[in-house]
Design a protein around this ligand. Structure first.
Ligand code: DON
Length: 584
């Protein structure tokens, strides 16, 4: 294994630094004739003061809640807990938790906001037309299932960078719970088997998914010895092992002759600390995801346009037909901008400031009319986004008692990603390539709009909707929120925030309230969810307005923590099996 190239200072060198401090204090002691050295040699920093009454998490499963509890009990902070949760979910929620995917982490640490982009990147051999046949037709399924769907994973590098920069515990300590779950096993719950059963059909005969996951049956204790070994290597050699060590070799072998990701791609992969996207709204500072996510821009656009439209919303009942109509009109504009302007900021200049500018949004809000007939006039349509993106991703929210917070969303993209398991490594690889525009305009005679900004190119990051968000009030964390759900991510977070702040609902009620989804294309469709379907009078009113209603299987799994005063109130979405837990 090659030596970690960066961020690796703590494990091997911390003891060296400690030795140097000891030497200095020994010298001081000599100078002072053996008496206690002056204050410089005593503990320099007072122990951090608790800001909140407790630490808290909202996580997608019970195993990761137990992991967080152990980490807090060992003195870890929010970042330690977040990294430990992420590795645990890679074991206990293999549909979405991952080593072979990527994501975003929004952090608030010691009074400052940070954003870590560990999104997957296209391999160097990727090309703009790699999913088209020689007639320019899309090769069905190729960006979704199997080796060619795989982009260079970012999760391990993301966790490594976050923990090295902000963690208090040793790297090995935060991996220990995940290694235990992989070695000793965890009890499979029915929901996971259901997801497996559904996914296995699309992977059948195309990937090695079944060779690894056919045993994922409700009630069994499921052990993953290869994954345990991979995690142990990462634990002892550091995060770069995944990119430069034996794990990288196993990935490259798995890809060889079938996919595009090479060892060189892995060696070159770096996560990026970006300026988080921030905006003032409703007395809060919203800290959220910048590009390559479209989510933060979209969320801020929705919040501000809704505030601009206060006179139109005044007196409307939550989720009444006229209310849903106004939100849908706002969402048309958000998704029109998304398609046209948003992509990897390292490939394109993304006009973020203009898109969230108050005057621009006031003008866009002005276009929204209560009596507009849906679809009557096109709203700057682009290419792509014709249907909501597919499941599955996962989000968790963490605060520690010192006032720090992590909002983390990460993904394999589809349920169980590409379905390709790294032989010998025991973990799944993503199908994030499908988040690119796989059929660029021009390749299709009917292609409308350009969406050039999100075409495949070597090293480029696909546009994402993941929106891990933190709200600050008076420079303290007041809300930590996020969800899976593809393009429903931003519309779900927006709705929960609206329920919380415009309708003053307690967190549990805000999560239980009905959610719907709408995006520019198809322009007349309102998607509803099985949890609280749109039926009866409301359905009739929306249809009378010109909307078509369509059921969708999934409308998010929001995990959030609200803090008013000093008491964290975590809440897990009743649509899922998440756990909200306060830890003293
Ligand atoms: O990055 C994105 O926006 C998608 N790959 C996320 C997919 C997702 O959230 C699916 N979850 N249910």
């Amino acid at each position: 294994m090659s030596v970690p190239t960066h961020g690796a200072l703590r494990a091997p060198f911390a003891s060296l630094c400690f030795a140097r401090i000891l030497t200095v204090s020994a010298m001081l002691a000599a100078f002072t004739g053996g008496a206690l050295a002056p204050t410089a040699a005593l503990a320099k920093t007072p122990p951090p003061k608790a800001v909140f009454d407790a630490s808290a998490v909202a996580v997608p499963d019970r195993y990761s809640a137990d992991t967080a509890q152990q980490i807090f009990a060992a003195g870890g902070n929010a970042v330690d807990a977040a990294v430990a949760i992420a590795f645990t979910l890679a074991v206990t929620c293999p549909d979405a938790g991952n080593l072979g995917g990527g994501g975003f982490m929004t952090v608030f640490m010691d009074g400052k906001p940070y954003f870590l982009d560990y999104r997957e990147r296209a391999p160097q051999q990727a090309t703009r037309d790699m999913y088209l046949d020689d007639k320019g037709n899309l090769l069905p399924g190729m960006s979704v299932v199997g080796h060619r769907a795989v982009a260079v994973p970012g999760t391990v590098e993301g966790m490594w960078q976050a923990q090295q920069r902000f963690g208090k515990l040793k790297w090995k300590q935060v991996l220990a719970p995940a290694i235990r779950y992989a070695t000793d096993g965890f009890q499979v719950e029915p929901w996971l088997q259901q997801r497996r059963d559904a996914a296995t059909k699309s992977f059948a005969g195309k990937t090695n998914f079944d060779a690894y996951f056919s045993g994922l049956k409700a009630g069994v204790t499921y052990r993953q010895p290869e994954l345990a070994q991979t995690l142990s290597r990462i634990a002892s050699d550091g995060g770069r092992e995944f990119y430069e060590g034996r794990t990288a070799d196993l990935i490259a072998q798995q890809m060889y002759g079938h996919g595009l990701v090479t060892k060189q791609d892995l060696i070159q992969y770096k996560a990026v600390w970006r300026q988080p996207l921030t905006a003032e709204w409703n007395g809060y500072r919203v800290v959220t995801a910048p590009p390559p996510s479209s989510g933060g821009v979209g969320l801020i656009q929705m919040l501000k346009m809704k505030a601009d439209l206060k006179p139109a919303f005044d007196g409307l009942d939550l989720n009444s037909a006229p209310y849903i109509h106004l939100i849908a009109q706002i969402e048309d504009r958000v998704f029109a901008d998304r398609q046209q302007y948003l992509g990897d900021p390292d490939s394109f200049k993304v006009p973020v400031d203009k898109l969230i500018d108050d005057a621009y949004l006031a003008q866009r809000a002005d276009e929204v009319k209560p009596d507009e007939v849906p679809g009557a006039a096109p709203v700057k349509p682009g290419l792509g986004g014709a249907a909501p993106e597919k499941a599955q991703t996962t989000h968790f929210s963490v605060v520690d008692k010192w006032g720090n917070a992590v909002s983390n969303t990460y993904t394999l993209n589809g349920d169980f990603g590409s379905g390709v398991v790294v032989d010998g490594g025991g973990f799944l690889l993503n199908d994030a390539m499908d988040d690119f525009v796989t059929k660029p305009a021009g390749a299709s005679p009917s292609g409308a709009g350009s969406a050039e900004v999100n075409t495949v190119a070597p090293g480029r990051r696909p546009l994402s909707s993941m929106t891990p968000t933190i709200l600050l009030k008076d420079d303290k964390v007041s809300l930590v929120i996020g969800t899976p759900g593809g393009s429903r991510i931003l519309t779900s977070i927006f709705q929960v925030m609206t329920d919380l702040y415009d309708f003053n609902m307690p967190p549990a009620d805000a999560l239980a309230a009905m959610r719907f989804h709408h995006q520019l294309l198809p322009q007349k469709t309102i998607y509803f969810e099985p949890y609280r379907p749109i039926t009866g009078e409301l359905a009739e009113q929306l249809q009378a307005k010109g909307y078509t209603l369509e059921g969708q299987s999934f409308n998010g799994d929001v995990q959030m923590i609200r803090i008013e005063g000093t008491t964290p109130e975590p809440a897990a979405d009743p649509r899922g099996v998440g756990v909200a837990r306060v830890m003293h």
